[in-house]
Design a binder for this molecule. Structure first.
Ligand SMILES: Cc1cc2nc3c(=O)[nH]c(=O)nc-3n(C[C@H](O)[C@H](O)[C@H](O)COP(=O)(O)O)c2cc1C
Length: 371
């Protein structure tokens, strides 16, 4: 017997032969876990028409044709951020996105946009399948118009009561977004919103958002009754995102605690909380409020002018950060999930990891309960 043959025999005494290695069992466990995941988010997947029930949350300046089509092409569901776009500009963006993907994607419209009706028409004329209505409670008339035009409506529910009202008004799915999220945020964390809403709102798919960076966390919300998840921050830092390299580099550097909400100095002058990375602009905003307050108290500014001055502070600031790359004087909107952005990855890799982390978590749980 040659040395090689001898060592092969010894090997089979200590290790099973390749055919005996339970590869098939591992594959089987993975397959089963995938099936479980598919089952858990099936309502979300069939509502969106995508392979994964993961929406790329609309982000002004960031969620344009390239990122949106990349997310949809990789099996997620991209959403164009209309923001302040005029109808003709939105039409151009939808056409360009449709040229880059044949998969479903949505459009996010801000309900207080003065040309909301015309924006809805643009979406319907172009057969956009899903419209997300953000930034306030939409009217029943808008929801009806969208549904009559053949598209599906997704609303934002900041509380259970409002969620139920939106469903009554005709919303066919909801996003519940916790205060961990990037951009404009409500006061309640996703951990609490999920417990307040998911057990009691089962008639439509509910997508969770805010602070999500890993698939095992997404899985835990699916198990609580969510139908899918919406992520923003991780996609903003993806390879396909058109955000300036300095903007993405700031995401890679940041920890969760760096993503803070804007602070209101005085009750008389409300500030809508926006979560973003602390920088020179966020510090200057505090000084600007203090100065404006002083001028109001001295009678140099009317109440209205003082409020306007505070509101105008951030005008153009998101563009400055995202497009120009000025991450010190612009608004670097980011969720607390920014701490989980460790490198700039392609969208497909981000989505792949999210699914595999959920699958791994399901397998580990099976193993724990089998012990
Ligand atoms: C840079 C940035 C811009 C955003 N702009 C919008 C927006 O225009 N409209 C909107 O509905 N949500 C906006 N969001 C929120 C996202 O759609 C999404 O719900 C949120 O990012 C989810 O939380 P995460 O950042 O922790 O993943 C924005 C978020 C970020 C980070």
């Amino acid at each position: 017997m040659t040395d090689t043959a001898m060592s092969a025999v010894n090997d089979t005494m200590t290790h099973p032969a390749v055919s005996d290695v339970p590869v098939a069992t591992d594959d089987h466990a993975r397959l089963e876990a995938r099936r479980t995941l598919d089952h858990l988010w099936s309502a979300g997947k069939s509502f969106l028409g995508s392979e994964m029930a993961i929406l790329g949350g609309a982000m002004s300046w960031v969620s344009e044709r390239h990122l949106v089509s990349a997310i949809s092409n990789a099996g997620g569901f991209g959403v164009i951020a209309c923001g302040a776009m005029e109808p003709a500009r939105l039409a151009e963006e939808i056409d360009a996105t449709q040229a880059l993907t044949s998969r479903p994607f949505g459009v996010n419209l801000i309900t207080m946009h003065p040309r909301l009706d015309a924006l809805v028409d643009v979406c319907l004329e172009r057969n956009v399948g899903h419209i997300v209505l953000a930034g306030g409670v939409p009217s029943g008339a808008t929801i009806r118009k969208i549904r009559d035009g053949g598209a599906r409506v997704i609303g934002f529910a900041p509380a259970l009561g409002l969620g139920k009202r939106l469903v009554k008004l005709g919303c066919e799915a909801l996003v519940i977004e916790g205060s961990e999220a990037g951009g404009h945020v409500g006061p309640v964390s996703l951990t609490v919103l999920a417990q307040e809403i998911l057990p009691y709102l089962k008639s439509v798919p509910v997508f969770v958002a805010g602070g999500l960076g890993r698939g095992d966390a997404v899985l835990s919300y699916l198990e609580l009754g969510a139908s899918g998840a919406q992520l923003g921050t991780r996609f903003a830092a993806s390879a396909e995102s058109i955000a300036h390299p300095q903007f993405k580099a700031a995401f890679v550097r940041a920890n969760a605690r760096d993503a803070i909400t804007s602070v209101q100095l005085d009750d008389r002058f409300p500030v809508i909380p926006v979560r973003g990375l602390a920088n020179a602009a966020s510090r200057a905003f505090m000084a600007h409020q203090a100065d404006t307050l002083r001028q109001f108290q001295d009678g140099a500014l009317s109440r209205e002018d003082a409020q306007l001055s505070i509101e105008h502070f951030w005008a153009g600031a998101l563009r400055r950060a995202v497009i120009d790359g000025d991450v010190e004087h612009g608004s670097v909107m980011a969720g607390q999930s920014v701490g989980m952005v460790r490198s700039i990855e392609p969208v497909a890799a981000i989505l792949h990891d999210l699914v595999e982390q959920a699958v791994d978590a399901l397998i580990q749980r099976e193993e724990r309960t089998a012990r």
